[in-house]
Design a protein. Structure first.
Length: 298
């Protein structure tokens, strides 16, 4: 039964996502926080991602039931589970799903209160935006911008957890880097992978509205922006992060983002889009490993 609830919250994807707040927290702080703060940050991040992903399926259950009724094809590796959309497949009850969401949301609120109560505004904003994102599925492709804001909420919250008064210019740079990664590396590839299901229910996604060729080109442009902005990230850190750090970020971006995006654009193959999603999901983990090495050396 637990596996069904973990599928509701896309636990594999969520755990990988936690690496991004970890990366930005270490980048901004320049050293490891105390074990107490580190443990509280990890628990709070896990709870927040678990709750928000569950909320996605709770709000979108009607559309998900339409997708399930027509049959689902295999997903990308980080979410290729037979229990995708467990609520829509009646593998768990609505009451159970609501209780699961409420539990983890309450844990996230408690953790935030202990870290920095200001972060509550970010959590509530991400919750509202997630509802808006789901509701816009059949309305407009602009929903993908909302997705970028939701995914950026976790890293922004992580900054406020370790730096009570971060610079607004630094936060703006971080958003300019994060949003293209989410949109080009995850949102568009996910919609590409689900294109047949989305077409059946009348969804308005970028691959459906503009076609695969335009979606591929846009993906490449967005991920090129991600890699370019990543080279400016050392400015956010108190550490003296020179060209070796930038080179490591550049290589991570090339291998995990740009090369997979180019393969998608050349082939227009849904399987390549799924692989891009998988590689982009590993990008935060690679960045966390890189900054950890430099923090230890520093």
């Amino acid at each position: 039964m637990l596996r069904r609830f973990l599928a509701l919250s896309r636990s594999t994807h969520g755990v990988l996502d936690i690496a991004m707040p970890g990366f930005v927290a270490l980048l901004w702080l320049g050293h490891f926080p105390s074990w107490k703060v580190l443990g509280l940050c990890l628990l709070t991040a896990l709870a927040g991602y678990t709750a928000i992903y569950a909320l996605n399926d709770l709000i979108g259950v009607k559309d998900d039931k339409e997708k399930v009724a027509g049959g689902l094809k295999a997903g990308y590796a980080v979410e290729a589970s037979q229990m995708r959309y467990p609520l829509a497949q009646n593998l768990i009850s609505m009451k159970g799903a609501v209780a699961w969401f409420a539990l983890w949301f309450a844990v996230a609120v408690a953790g935030i209160w202990l870290l920095n109560p200001m972060i509550l505004a970010i959590l509530l904003g991400a919750t509202v935006l997630e509802v808006v994102y789901v509701k816009l599925l059949k309305v407009t492709w602009w929903r993908t911008v909302v997705s970028g804001l939701v995914k950026s909420a976790g890293p922004v919250a992580a900054v406020f957890a370790v730096v009570p008064q971060p610079s607004w210019a630094g936060l703006a740079l971080m958003l300019a880097w994060l949003m293209p990664w989410e949109i080009g590396g995850q949102n568009i590839p996910a919609d590409w992978n689900d294109i047949e299901e989305d077409r059946r229910i009348g969804a308005r996604t970028i691959p459906l509205v503009f076609g695969l060729r335009a979606a591929g080109v846009l993906t490449c442009l967005l991920l090129a922006l991600t890699v370019a902005f990543s080279l400016l990230l050392p400015r956010l850190s108190p550490l003296a992060l020179g060209w070796p750090f930038q080179l490591a970020l550049l290589l991570a971006g090339l291998v995990l983002l740009l090369l997979p995006a180019l393969r998608v654009t050349r082939s227009l193959d849904g399987r390549q889009a799924a692989r891009l999603f998988d590689h982009a999901s590993l990008y935060p983990l690679a960045l966390l490993a890189i900054v950890t090495v430099f923090v230890l050396l520093g």
